[in-house]
Design a protein around this ligand. Sequence first.
Ligand code: FES
Ligand code: FES
Length: 157
Amino acid sequence: MRVSFEVNGSAETVDDVWEGESLLYMLRERMGLPGSKNACEQGECGSCTVYLDGTPVCSCLVAAGQAHGCSVRTVEGLASGDRLDPMQQAFVEAGAVQCGFCTPGLIVQAHDLIERVPDPSDAEIREALAGNLCRCTGYEKILDAVRLAAERKAAAK
Ligand code: FES
Ligand code: FES
């Protein structure tokens, strides 16, 4: 099967995609985009979160063929060249990254949150990130990172 779609702003075509292949597999193994992580492959951990037509999804649960004609944005696509997205920068500065396995998915999900809710409460942050599991940080630094990115975004207006 041939899948044509947009990835991080570029039109892409991938051939010989198997019907049972996931979007996550296609991105990582066929397209050289290893930012989205494969931790559970069951929709439980959120480490594979990408935007699909503007909505965060677990890419391990999306068939690659479902992306045909769609727009996908991965954690790699949040940065502008060498300049990190403010959410990526906030994760670095707040010390919210330890092993880093959960980080790409958390960043995409948190990026979406502050696009929708510019000044989220702690409860809103926790609810938005409830599907993203982290085994290392205890989550406090992650909350700090999201608050920092939201504050900076508000200050930049
Ligand atoms: S790898 Fe997709 S939710 Fe865990
Ligand atoms: S930093 Fe290791 S799982 Fe989150």
